[in-house]
Design a protein around this ligand. Structure first.
Ligand code: SAM
Ligand code: DTB
Ligand code: SF4
Length: 325
């Protein structure tokens, strides 16, 4: 791990406590090269700049969700043609986790299309967590909003991370989701933190939000105390049949800027280049790594959307001299 010479490229102060949206917006507005240089500096102070962590996702309960999130293929409010399925069996989950471990993933993340888990479902998921942990993988679940005691139960089962995204800026949230509020999300995040679980929390860009909204989301994430250990930055996967099917496309450099701003404001967090890689060129992904992304979802499916085949990622890692973390 070697730090770049401490040449000062920008006079923008690094807040000791809270980031204001305007300060993050000022980062976004830097010349691209200056922003990436600054992100690289921060990245190299905290991480091996050539190491990328790999997590594999599995949808353990697909479709039929009561929530109306405007981007989601799994919402019962949208006609996306996705079949509603029941919860996978323990054996199916263990087989998928084994395959993920064998192909080089170190974390296995199980997602369910629920507003939140019913108690009987939580017990089934807890057994899955224990079994996946027993394979030597880090465990992560994303199950929606949690009730009192559920985070503790998951922790007890061997859960390492709970994923629950803020998704977008508070001022834009109501334009994308109406069946729950961002305050509900924050309430679950507090329960997760209080149970001693690691927090995985990020958002989606490319939903037609303004740059100010992207900056507000990054500031909100960075101001969590402590910031999330893992920060997934998803690019919208525009799913036919969802309200965001025709969202205005985002300048790819703006996506890279968002990664860089997340890296600078959350220096010690893992920043995950998450949904949307299937639609990105290798060159764009390389820029995201240069901007400080050091984690990816690995394996040919996200939850319902396609992700690059493992072979394409292996080749990309080899061409860029990246190693698995
Ligand atoms: N139901 C749970 C919840 O909403 O927290 C867990 C599953 S949900 C699919 C997990 C995350 O996936 C969402 O918070 C969102 O950030 C991301 N996501 C869902 N659909 C997406 C899409 N079409 N494009 C990009 N990200 C998406
Ligand atoms: C996250 O932030 N992104 C992942 C994970 N957490 C659960 C999910 C991405 C979903 C992409 C759309 C799909 O596969 O349906
Ligand atoms: Fe349901 Fe989660 Fe999709 Fe929202 S993002 S509709 S809560 S599965």
């Amino acid at each position: 791990m070697s730090a770049i010479s401490p040449e000062k490229l920008s006079s923008i102060p690094q807040p000791l406590s809270k980031w204001r949206t305007a300060e993050v917006e000022a980062l976004f507005a830097l010349p691209f090269n200056d922003l990436l240089f600054r992100a690289q500096e921060v990245h190299r102070q905290h991480f091996d700049a050539n190491a990328v962590q790999r997590s594999t996702l599995l949808s353990i309960k697909t479709g039929g969700c009561s929530e109306d999130c405007g981007y989601c293929s799994q919402s019962a409010h949208h006609e996306t043609g996705l079949e509603r399925e029941s919860l996978l069996s323990l054996d199916e989950v263990v087989a998928a986790a084994q395959a993920a471990r064998d192909s080089g993933a170190t974390r296995f993340c199980m997602g369910a299309a629920w507003r939140g888990p019913k108690q009987k479902d939580l017990e089934l998921v807890s057994a899955m967590v224990s079994a996946v942990k027993g394979l030597g993988l880090e465990t992560c679940v994303t199950l929606g909003m949690l009730q009192e005691g559920q985070a503790e139960q998951l922790k007890e089962a061997g859960l390492d991370y709970y994923n629950h995204n803020l998704d977008t800026a508070p001022e834009f949230y109501g334009q994308v989701i109406t069946t729950h509020t961002q305050a509900d999300r924050l309430d679950t995040l507090e329960k997760v933190r209080d149970a001693g679980l690691h927090v995985c929390c990020g958002g989606i860009v490319g939903m037609g939000e303004s740059r100010r909204a992207r900056a507000a989301l990054v500031a909100e994430l960075a101001n969590m105390s402590p910031p999330p250990e893992s920060v997934p930055i998803n690019h919208l996967v525009a799913v036919p049949g969802t309200p965001l099917e025709h969202a205005a496309s985002l300048d790819p450099f703006e996506f890279v800027r968002t990664i860089a701003c997340a890296r600078i404001t959350m220096p010690a967090s893992m920043v995950r280049l998450s949904a949307g890689r299937e639609q990105m060129s290798d060159e764009l992904q390389a820029l995201c790594f240069l901007a400080g992304a050091n984690s990816i979802f690995y394996g040919d499916k996200l939850l319902t959307a396609d992700n690059p085949e493992a072979g394409r990622d292996e080749l990309l890692f080899s061409r860029l001299g990246l190693k698995a973390m």
